[in-house]
Ligand binder design. Structure first.
Ligand SMILES: [Zn+2]
Length: 398
């Protein structure tokens, strides 16, 4: 395994930015008792003085949700902050980890005008004096990598991602091609969407471009064999596929914390989808494989810090519950398809009766087709054609 240390951290260790947790306590010992006087003594003084600090004796999983743009220290040396976004899921969790005198940021929230305004407010407010030395992304969705380019330029910070994630992002941000849009709309109609919904979905990707800042050319590509040294703590990279092509989770080798991105969240299931651009893929199979690996990859005691919602522990139990959720959906789909032959468009109202509006219909479409691909690959559904073109699925009787 390769251990990566951010070389820039050492060069800047004498800056006025916030000092490492151990330095402030005057000890390498992470003894909770040492924190209480430290917490009182530091309140209201120096960089990050307005931030609510980690308190000894508290279960970090029970910390209250931080208000938008008001970071809290959820573990010693780990800040949790929320940034807003103009979507149904209205926030993203980002994390700052103390790192040899600088800070490593895990995910950035959206970019564009909204993103830079929020980061300006953070860096001129509660994070004043903070120097971000590198940016780890969990995956390349706009709400996780969107502001990485802007932050990278502001701090000369290195961005970490990987080729599969960046390729999908580039595809999402490609310039509009009418011929491709027309092909994609035909794909969605073939799967039972009405003309208007099919046209809207064929354009959906292009709406995200406004939320992603231009990325620098030199991005560090990570693999699953790497270990990152963040402020003296070792973090292994876990590759988690399904929600995105090649997501990355960062698990501390001491078993205390795991940054999980969207691959595993506290109470919503991440979107697992097939659309025109990944029509040959079976991401639900990838995702269920990831969930099956969680008990051996993430300690039950680790505090899981996801890209949305709340921190939680016992990742294995959460993985099992998500697995069951998908199994239930598969059972509903098989039963509904029966011998009749159903299209994705037929199934959307069954699985997602509340889906209204272009964005939620688009998500529902992707999620249903991902389940159809999974079931077809397992031989539990047959794929056929109604008339010349409409793709329908029927249940097999093994
Ligand atoms: Zn995501």
């Amino acid at each position: 395994m390769r251990v990566l240390r951010n070389g820039r951290d050492r060069r800047h260790s004498g800056s006025s930015g916030p000092r490492a947790f151990e330095a402030r306590t005057g000890s390498k010992q992470k003894n909770d008792d040492l924190l209480l006087p430290f917490q009182d003594a530091e309140a209201g003084i120096g960089p990050l003085s307005g931030i609510r600090r980690y308190r000894a004796g508290r279960d970090p999983g029970e910390v209250e949700v931080p208000a938008s743009l008001e970071p809290v220290e959820i573990l010693p040396g780990v800040l949790w902050l929320r940034v807003d976004q103009p979507f149904a899921l209205d926030h993203v969790n980002c994390y700052l980890v103390e790192d040899y005198g600088g800070w490593t940021l895990v995910d950035t929230g959206i970019g564009g005008e909204i993103g830079s305004r929020q980061w300006d407010a953070l860096l001129n407010g509660p994070l004043r004096g903070t120097r971000i030395t590198r940016i780890l992304t969990t995956h390349a969705h706009p709400d996780h990598i969107g502001a990485a380019g802007w932050l990278s330029r502001r701090f000369d910070a290195v961005i970490y991602s990987n080729a599969d994630e960046l390729n999908r992002l580039r595809h999402m941000l490609r310039s509009f091609d009418p011929a491709e849009a027309s092909r994609n709309a035909a794909f969605y109609r073939m799967h039972g969407l009405a003309g208007e919904a099919a046209d809207a979905l064929s354009l959906q990707d292009h709406r995200y471009a406004a939320f992603v800042d231009e990325l620098p050319a030199d991005i560090r590509h990570l693999t699953s064999s790497e270990v990152l040294d963040i402020g003296g703590r070792q973090f292994a990279v876990i590759i988690g596929r399904g929600h995105s092509p090649c997501g990355m989770l960062y698990r501390s080798l001491d078993g205390t914390v795991c940054f999980s991105g969207d691959q595993i969240l506290s109470s919503i299931t991440p979107l697992i989808g097939v659309w025109a651009e990944n029509a040959d893929e079976n991401p639900l199979d990838d995702y269920l494989s990831f969930l099956a690996s969680v008990p051996v990859q993430i300690s039950d005691a680790a505090l899981v810090l996801g890209g949305h919602q709340m921190p939680f522990k016992d990742a294995a139990a959460r993985a099992l519950s998500i697995r069951r959720h998908h199994e239930e959906r598969c059972a509903i789909i098989r039963s509904f398809c029966g011998d009749e032959g159903r299209s994705v468009g037929d199934i959307i109202p069954v699985l997602f009766p509340k889906a209204k509006g272009e964005m939620s219909i688009g998500f529902a479409f992707g999620e249903v087709l991902a389940h159809m691909h999974y079931l077809a690959a397992r031989g539990e559904l047959d794929t056929g054609r109604a008339g010349d073109w409409a793709i329908q699925f029927t249940r097999t009787n093994p």
